[in-house]
Design a protein around this ligand. Structure first.
Ligand code: PMT
Length: 400
């Protein structure tokens, strides 16, 4: 997302400004064009020469000493960039921006710039909590400036608390997300993804489950968010970390997954149901741990609701994608599910094939459509499978 983007970085005189050298380097490595504007205080902490070498471009910091690259520098920089970022943003620059003060090159550039702006506040915890700073940040938020939340941890003043400048990788990821929402090919789409396996409780310590790791669904959710979609991930228990920029709704049972899906169903443009859902649940959950007194144990099972079938019946505008986990008759079984569940597409995987199905990093899928057509892309990473599905979702849904 950062490739070819023009980013102006305003650096102010917070101790954390040394981290911005790494940020600039990461952005340049990602293909962005970066121009640095420094406050006078920042130049006392980090040499402009260092930023010049890392960004590969002249650094602006002196109102009165022109930079050959730009004519009327404070206006030209704002016109040149796609995005302006202030990192670290001290209480001082936040106050100036909120109060409309333009008394040096950075603050005048910020005022003249009509492009989106992101600030990364970083300061001592008491300063961050000071009512004036809280008020100024609120003003900036209302003015449409994006404020990246500061981190918590060890601060230069020797205490642990809120106010740390986020790590360069995290700021880079935040900028990536910004451009994904603005330019990604799934922007303006809201997509519901389900992942992982549901669990049906037998007693307080045991459950009926399956081998789903969640990797397939999480890969789709990550891909979709990276491409600018608004993603809701309803997930059974997994060992995976919550994906960035995705609304995660953790569930355990099939009924909980159904309830979560129904809550958001009307608002989504597409559903991708990669979750492995338990088809049956114990008729009764034992209140206490079942003791092993008998030679055999019989557990009566009741049929669970078929979530996807219910969504298919309620479908109005949603593009509905199911998965089919099969161990035999892959095409015939998957095709029957397309009809029975009113799907727009099914992703069939033979879960006994090496490199496919549960817990693997790869999958071998066949995409089946209601008109009987089939796509067979072969062995791919789960990420690539996700992107392939999402290409189709993009073409079948409209940006809102
Ligand atoms: O999580 P991983 O380890 O990465 O593994 C990926 C996967 C094998 C789980 C995934 O690729 C996959 O195949 N997911 C679907 C598993 C499944 O439940 O298949 P099914 O054929 O039983 O169900 C068909 C479809 O109906 C699925 O979209 C399923 O989510 C849905 N379903 C099934 C039963 C039910 N009661 N409600 C449902 O919504």
């Amino acid at each position: 997302m950062l490739e070819g983007k023009k980013i102006a970085i305003g650096v102010t005189g917070g101790i954390a400004c040394y981290k911005v050298v790494t940020l600039v380097s990461r952005l340049v490595q990602a293909g962005a064009e970066v121009r640095v504007v420094m406050s006078e205080a920042a130049t006392k902490l980090v040499s402009p020469l260092l930023f010049k070498e890392i960004s590969g471009a002249p650094v602006a910091y002196d109102m009165w000493r022109g930079n050959d690259e730009f004519n009327v520098e404070h206006v030209a920089l704002g016109r040149w960039c796609d995005l302006m970022v202030v990192a670290p943003a001290t209480a001082n620059i936040i106050g100036k921006m909120a109060g409309g003060i333009a008394d040096d090159l950075l603050s005048t550039t910020l005022m003249a710039c009509d492009k989106p702006k992101i600030i990364c506040p970083a300061m001592n915890t008491n300063m961050l909590n000071n009512p004036a700073v809280v008020r100024n940040l609120e003003t900036l938020r209302r003015d449409g400036i994006l404020i990246m939340p500061s981190g918590a941890g060890y601060l230069a003043c020797g205490i642990n608390g809120a106010g740390r400048l986020p790590e360069p990788e995290d700021i880079k990821a935040y900028l990536d997300d910004f451009f994904a929402k603005r330019d990604g090919d799934l922007r303006g789409r809201r997509i519901l993804v389900t992942a992982g396996g549901t669990r049906e409780a037998i007693d307080p310590v045991r459950f009926i489950g399956n081998r789903s790791s969640g990797k397939m669904g999480y890969a789709i959710a990550c891909d979709a968010a990276r491409r600018g979609a608004d993603v809701i991930l309803v997930s059974g228990p997994t060992a995976l970390a919550a994906p960035r920029n995705v609304t995660l709704i953790p569930v355990e049972s099939t009924q909980e997954m159904l309830d979560a899906c129904l809550t958001v169903y009307d608002s989504v443009d597409a559903v991708i149901k990669a979750a492995a859902v338990a088809d049956y649940r114990p008729h009764e959950k034992a209140a206490q741990k079942i003791k092993k007194n008998e030679e055999s144990l019989t557990i009566d099972l009741d049929k669970n609701p078929d979530i996807l079938k219910l969504l298919g019946e309620k479908k109005t505008h949603q593009f509905l994608v199911g998965f089919a986990a099969e161990t035999q008759n892959l095409i015939a079984n998957a095709a029957a599910k397309v009809q029975k569940k009113h799907l727009d597409m099914i992703v069939a995987n033979d879960v006994t094939a090496p490199g496919a199905g549960f817990s693997t990093d790869t999958n071998i899928v066949k995409l089946l459509f209601p008109d009987g057509s089939i796509k067979e892309p072969g062995l791919m990473s789960k990420e690539d499978v996700g992107n392939l599905i999402l290409d189709i979702v993009r073409d079948q849904t409209a940006e809102k």
